[in-house]
Design a binder for this molecule. Structure first.
Ligand code: SF4
Length: 267
């Protein structure tokens, strides 16, 4: 990209309200990152902005019992995920805001070792403001809980973190378009960097495309580890694909993928 085009692109994101940007690593940089385990940031990414702690609340004249130290610090400073959610605000940065009822930011353990990334909210998620709560979400819960139970892990859905590439429901449940994923992806990348999981499991071809730009479909991609920003990534099928008709082979493969992921992360 020419310097002029790069400047224009940066101005575009600045006008959208982004103060920091994550840039997807090139293939060569991905390979270098794989050789260097300390390469935890997406190569080419700007350093995350260091945010000042929120000012302490004005002191009450009456002496109050001092709260435990940990409570005091959590009151003073919003969590990294809350900072991102606050930055997002009532977001209108892409056209998807027009049809949404709710922004679906993400749910689960903010310190999770494993993050699941789907495509975007559907009708149930849009109504409830939570990711993966419809039929596909219920299947994902069964896949997570069932896999862990079978391999003897005390991990359940609330122990992982789940979010989507885009946070607003695309109209008619269409796939998010490239520019929508590029813009909202900035929030996704920040979420992942804030959580710092040991691994990511991307669900379906669209999420894989947003994160990895693989150039091949999910059927070829699934089941093989790859990497994003120094974090191992396992692509597998989206649960909604597994719900389409009789698909025992797809389910078996997805179970194998999840078994691999949970074994790597938690054993
Ligand atoms: S999809 Fe993301 S970038 Fe687009 S309006 Fe919603 S929150 Fe903003």
């Amino acid at each position: 990209m020419s310097e002029h085009a790069l400047r224009k692109q940066l101005e575009f994101y600045r006008d959208l309200g982004f103060e920091e940007l994550f840039v997807r690593p090139s293939e060569a940089e991905q390979e270098r990152g794989a050789e260097d385990p300390k390469a935890d940031a997406a190569p080419g990414a700007e350093a995350p902005v260091q945010r000042a702690p929120a000012p302490a609340a004005a002191s009450d004249e009456r002496p109050a019992p001092a709260p435990p130290a940990s409570d005091a610090s959590s009151e003073q400073q919003p969590s990294p995920l809350q900072v991102i959610r606050d930055d997002m605000g009532d977001c209108t940065r892409c056209r998807l805001h027009k049809g949404r009822k709710t922004i679906v930011f993400g749910s689960g353990n903010p310190n999770a070792k494993l993050v699941f990334i789907g495509e975007g909210p559907g009708a149930d998620e849009d109504a409830q403001g939570l990711p993966f709560v419809g039929r596909a979400g219920q299947l994902l819960t069964r896949m997570i809980d069932g896999t862990c139970e079978r391999i003897g892990l005390p991990i359940r859905r609330p122990d992982v973190y789940i979010c989507n590439v885009v946070k607003c429901r695309p109209p008619e449940n269409r796939a998010p378009e490239l520019d929508e994923m590029e813009i909202c992806g900035q929030f996704l990348f920040r979420q992942v960097k804030a959580i710092q999981p040991k691994a990511i499991c991307v669900l379906g071809g669209t999420a894989a495309k947003a994160l990895l730009r693989p150039g091949v479909g999910i059927t070829k991609l699934r089941g093989t580890w790859t990497e994003w920003g120094g974090i191992r990534v396992m692509p597998t099928y989206h649960p909604s694909y597994l719900l389409r008709g009789y698909n025992p082979e797809g389910k078996r493969q997805a179970f194998e993928d999840l078994k691999e992921v949970f074994t790597y992360v938690y054993k």
